[in-house]
Ligand binder design. Structure first.
Ligand code: COA
Length: 261
């Protein structure tokens, strides 16, 4: 696909998707979401891509939310419900991709931008980043999963504090409550994100996918069912050539050469 609103680059086994509408702080309009969806299909199907980083163009914003021009133009409740369900489906696609997605939050991550980051596997934030769900200030509520993923990450009380007040919080506070996983100086954000992505990309991609699946599935189910699921995914990992290579390499005191098989 010929992307107009995002930039997709590949560096060895790592792909970087950059939201590129800096004049509107990378707000997510319909076309941008279509392109994100297409990029997930493309990168998900590319065996050379083992890990994906999402970030925003410019120094100010990761993504400052859904495009408020489009929100204003939603004509009725049914269209609004469809708008939300469609965006949610794209974020589910990303969340369930069989490779990890890292959010490199380089600035404002608001509304749909915060929801986008929460659907990623790991969130790194610049120390200058600010996060929040300000939809309430627009007379609406989060619709790309924010009312559901935020309490799962930070607890119900803190989620309601953010969603009902519409307040933004700085990166350090987001780290304290578990909304992001690491805060780094802004100038180092992409280096840190690449370093982490390359590290993950060097592992066996099947084992990485199975581990991601287990955490995702387990977080939404009871412990006994989740452990049964883990056992099945562990079994799958034991059937791979990468298991033979990884365990043999350890015993032979050499680095493993994983093949994704
Ligand atoms: N949708 C559409 N346009 C947006 C946008 C959004 N979500 N967020 C910012 N923009 C536009 C602004 O309208 C402005 O356009 P203009 O230059 O034509 O006036 C431009 O991006 C720059 O934003 P501006 O508000 O001037 O920057 P700022 O530094 O003063 O404030 C924010 C930054 C993030 C605090 C502010 O832009 C903001 O509150 N944005 C909306 C956040 C939001 O409610 N998101 C949730 C939507 S679901």
């Amino acid at each position: 696909m010929d992307y107009q609103n995002i930039i997709v680059t590949r560096e060895e086994n790592v792909a970087v998707v950059t939201f590129n509408r800096p004049k509107v702080l990378n707000a997510l309009n319909h076309e941008t979401m279509v392109e994100l969806s297409a990029a997930m299909d493309e990168l998900g199907a590319d065996p050379n891509v083992h890990c994906i980083i999402l970030t925003g163009a410019g120094e100010k914003a990761f993504v400052a939310g859904a495009d408020i021009n489009e929100l204003r133009a939603i004509p009725d409740a049914a269209t609004g419900a469809g708008f939300a369900a469609w965006g949610q489906a794209i974020l589910f696609k990303m969340e369930n991709l069989q490779k990890p997605v890292i959010a490199a939050i380089n600035g404002y991550a608001l509304g749909g931008g915060c929801e986008l980051a929460m659907a990623c596997d790991i969130r790194l934030a610049a120390d200058t980043a600010r996060l929040g769900q300000p939809e309430i200030n627009l007379g609406i509520i989060p619709g790309y999963g924010g009312t559901q993923r935020l309490p799962r990450l930070v607890g119900k009380g803190r989620a309601k504090l953010l969603i009902l007040s519409g307040d933004m919080i700085p990166a350090q506070e987001a780290l304290r409550i578990g909304l992001v996983d690491m805060v780094v100086p802004a100038a180092e954000l992409m280096d840190k994100a690449r370093e982490l992505a390359r590290k993950i990309a060097s592992k066996g991609p099947l084992a990485v996918a199975y581990a991601k699946n287990c955490v995702n599935v387990g977080a939404e189910t009871d412990l006994v069912t989740a452990c049964a699921y883990e056992a099945s995914q562990f079994g799958l990992s034991c059937g791979t050539a990468d298991r033979t290579e990884g365990t043999t390499a350890f015993l032979e005191k050499r680095p493993a050469q994983f093949k994704g098989k």
